[in-house]
Design a protein around this ligand. Structure first.
Ligand SMILES: N[C@@H](CCC(=O)N[C@@H](CS)C(=O)NCC(=O)O)C(=O)O
Length: 243
């Protein structure tokens, strides 16, 4: 009877490892490697989660067990069920009446509704060799820089996205700004100095360090302005960064 997290190396499930480390609660971590050819999840993980993605989370301390496969849902579940009893968990949430409640909700949802989809689309456009002249493609491409500018503007005024303390909004956001950039090597954060400062602050957090160490084999966090594209997956080897 435990909390079980199935984490795929270099993936959005990094968020949940980080959250569990911030909460300092006991959990069992299962780490899976991506297929070296396709970079996709291995069959073992796909057989557990019918949607075939990570994170996959189970709480078997309750009956029937809770089974979740959306990072946003897992974050909300952990904070609601396990977070409120610890000071660390309560700090990660903003409530109605809190000064930063509005920004908290905005950034919490912006992460997976706008930021990550823009970046994923750009990755697919690059892999597919999509024409830059197509107006739909250029509209979606420009969303990434607008998303980064919005984040940078916010982080000029506050240390974290929902104020001076870390919150679930940051935990949902950081993967897209760090590890995900390794899949294309194309997203340059040099114009976004406040994001770079923020990523440095995040990388200094002991819980973030533990998460990367446990889930991603002590990888060097991708917090610099430019990052190198991952070279270990055959599927990405054929495409060249555009800049
Ligand atoms: N919306 C989901 C996305 C999950 C997702 O797409 N996970 C990717 C890793 S970043 C995955 O498991 N990919 C492997 C595959 O599809 O085989 C979430 O936020 O948790």
């Amino acid at each position: 009877m435990s909390l079980e997290l199935h984490h795929l190396h270099l993936s959005q499930s990094e968020r949940i490892v980080w959250l569990l480390e911030e909460l300092r609660i006991q959990y069992d971590l299962h780490v899976y490697e991506r297929d070296p050819q396709t970079a996709m999840a291995p069959a073992e993980l796909k057989s557990l989660n019918p949607f075939g993605t990570a994170p996959y989370f189970q709480d078997t301390t309750v009956s029937p067990p809770v089974k979740l496969s959306e990072s946003g849902a897992i974050v909300e579940y952990l904070l609601a069920v396990y977070g409120q009893s610890s000071p660390a968990g309560a700090m990660l949430v903003r409530k109605p009446g809190d000064q930063d409640y509005g920004p908290y909700l905005q950034w919490l949802h912006f992460a997976n509704a706008s930021l990550q989809p823009s970046l994923s689309l750009n990755m697919v456009f690059s892999l597919a060799g999509a024409s830059k002249e197509n107006p739909i493609i250029s509209t979606f491409r420009s969303r990434t820089s607008r998303a980064l500018q919005k984040l940078d503007d916010r982080l000029k005024t506050t240390k974290y996205l929902a104020g001076e303390e870390l919150s679930a909004a940051d935990i949902m956001t950081v993967f897209s700004l760090t590890t995900h950039r390794g899949f294309t090597g194309e997203v340059d954060l040099d114009p976004f100095k406040n994001i770079l400062r923020y990523l440095k602050d995040v990388a200094e957090r002991p819980a973030y360090k533990r998460a990367i160490s446990k889930g991603d084999h002590d990888m060097e966090p991708l917090i610099g302005a430019k990052v190198k594209k991952f070279t270990q997956f055959a599927v990405f080897a054929k495409t060249e960064p555009e800049h």
